[in-house]
Design a protein around this ligand. Structure first.
Ligand code: G3I
Length: 349
């Protein structure tokens, strides 16, 4: 009798201690990373220059994340800087490094209007020749990384905020059908790869989201393979509300597309003001991240492709250089110390 009581109490104590210790372990930099606590992949964008020069960055990328999106080196200017001259050196080195550690590689991005090499911008050709250019670009890259890259952002940011198609160079030269063709070419090159459409403000702008969903449903109804949507999630502590985000997720899964939170960061200073750093500012950021993750947890497993943060440390976030403003949008501070949002995601996963 006494023995039983003791066993029960001991079990209770072990549970209690292990609960407390979970966070404690984490804080004391054990080998347990965020992704180990998640039922879906947790990823980050990787900057090759940081990876090659910063040991802390490299070790965080390996410890915390199991999905990797190259931030810039898969873009057209990097992979095909000259016509039919593909530069694989950096991309191959990044891919083989992370595959050694069994990380998933997410390919970003095949067709976009930014970060194009000058020769594409200057290219003179008929619509057919442009289509061939696009086909060769997509298929050479997708075939090169066959069995290495799990999924591709086939087309990136093709819509305006009012729901119309953006007048990109691809639309101008090939016509509105370029998106469909891009997906067909990618699928032809690797039928096993998952194919995504990726864009920003899909979590907050229902007009843009509905246009994207209509186009993708239309493609799918005509037999074009589209597996999911990259909801970039460049959000802020001001906007949007978690309820808006939840509605967006529900609408996308109602149309049976996987969701990749593909470029998550949370600005704390979207208006570019002089800000005073405080605990409450970072707690607010952490609470929003908590709500986003909890909402993502609610969607059925088959639609959870994963959550990818757009970088590791605030220091290297694109937001500071792009908007030239003070901001702190990521999980780690400038000294690679975890922030409240880091601990929050760990708690809600
Ligand atoms: O490649 C040059 C390099 O030669 C030069 O030495 C260096 C000097 O500043 O600049 C390098 O180019 C930079 C490039 O990143 C590669 O590092 C550009 O200046 C810089 O503007 C560029 O920014 C990237 C941006 O896309 C370009 O549009 C960001 O790092 C990257 O995070 C950002 O990512 C995009 C996603 O792909 C799509 N969704 C939006 C997201 C944020 O803008």
């Amino acid at each position: 009798m006494l023995k039983t009581k003791f066993t029960i109490n001991l079990t209770f104590l072990v549970i209690l201690i292990s609960g407390c210790q979970r966070e404690e372990n984490y804080i004391t930099n054990s080998s347990i990373g965020l992704f180990s606590y998640s039922s879906y992949p947790i990823g980050t964008a990787i900057d090759i220059n940081e990876l090659e020069s910063n040991a802390i960055y490299k070790s965080i990328s390996l410890k915390e994340f199991n999905s990797i999106t190259p931030e810039n080196i898969f873009k057209a200017e990097a992979l095909q800087p000259k016509p039919l001259t593909f530069n694989w050196t950096e991309a191959d080195s990044l891919v083989s490094f992370f595959l050694t550690y069994n990380k998933r590689i997410h390919g970003h991005t095949l067709i976009w209007h930014n970060q194009l090499p000058q020769w594409i911008i200057d290219y003179q050709g008929s619509p057919y020749e442009w289509e061939q250019l696009m086909k060769v670009h997509i298929q050479t890259i997708v075939k090169h990384f066959k069995n290495k890259v799990t999924a591709w952002d086939v087309v990136n940011e093709a819509f305006n905020e009012d729901g119309t198609l953006r007048n990109t160079i691809w639309k101008q030269k090939i016509g509105v059908g370029y998106i469909e063709k891009a997906f067909l070419f990618a699928n032809e090159a690797n039928p096993n790869a998952l194919l995504f459409y990726n864009d920003y403000n899909l979590e907050s702008n229902p007009i843009k989201r509905n246009s994207v969903l209509s186009l993708l449903k239309n493609l799918r109804n005509r037999g074009v393979k589209v597996d999911g949507i990259g909801v970039q999630m460049h959000v802020s502590t001001y906007y949007p509300e978690p309820t808006q985000i939840a509605i967006a997720f529900q609408e996308i899964i109602a149309d049976k597309f996987k969701i990749h939170l593909s470029e998550l960061d949370i600005s704390v200073n979207p208006l570019g003001k002089n800000i005073i750093l405080s605990e409450s500012l970072f707690n607010e950021q952490a609470n929003l991240l908590g709500s986003i993750v909890l909402n993502y947890n609610q969607i059925p497993k088959q639609y959870q492709y994963g959550i990818t943060f757009w970088g590791i440390s605030d220091k290297n976030s694109w937001i500071r250089s792009f908007y030239n403003r003070e901001d702190y949008p990521l999980l780690y501070d400038d000294n690679y110390m975890p922030k409240p949002c880091y601990y929050k995601i760990f708690k809600v996963l």
